[in-house]
Design a protein around this ligand. Structure first.
Ligand SMILES: [Zn+2]
Length: 146
């Protein structure tokens, strides 16, 4: 049974944090831009710093989502390393989860369809009257052909 390793969990949450930081950095460009609207002192320097923050924020978001995908699916599972065997192992917790959900759904459907009230057709032996299962060829009691 493969569990998602601590390292992968860390990568996932670190990636999520990077996305948040990148997003805030990106948004801050517009917030400060709006606050300083109409103030043209050192316009060039501020425009440059805004651009760096916008680009840096985008880079952080992209890097963060890559890290998060790697954390969730593993190095091979997310396609960073081409290794089908490892990918299979990396994705095993997910496929197990998927299989479990399908199984749950099937079990639920079975309950709703009234599974368990299975009807067994019995055949009565002509010689002794014993009830035998439909597909049996000989009577369980007397051995007479059915
Ligand atoms: Zn019989």
């Amino acid at each position: 049974m493969t569990q998602i390793s601590e390292g992968r969990k860390f990568a996932y949450y670190a990636g999520m944090a990077l996305i948040v930081v990148g997003f805030l950095l990106f948004v801050s460009v517009f917030v400060t831009g709006a606050m300083q609207f109409g103030d043209f002192t050192d316009f060039h320097g501020r425009a440059q710093s805004s651009m760096f923050r916008a680009l840096g924020g985008m880079a952080l978001m992209v890097g963060g989502s890559v890290l998060r995908t790697v954390g969730a699916r593993g190095i091979a599972g997310s396609g960073v390393v081409l290794d089908p065997k490892r990918a299979r192992r990396d994705l095993e917790p997910w496929s197990r989860m998927g299989g479990g959900m399908v199984k749950d759904a099937l079990e639920e459907a079975d309950v709703k369809l009234g599974g368990g009230q299975e009807r067994v057709v019995m055949v009565k032996c002509r010689a002794c009257g014993k009830l035998n299962e439909e597909d049996s060829k000989f009577c369980q009691e007397c051995g007479q052909a059915i």
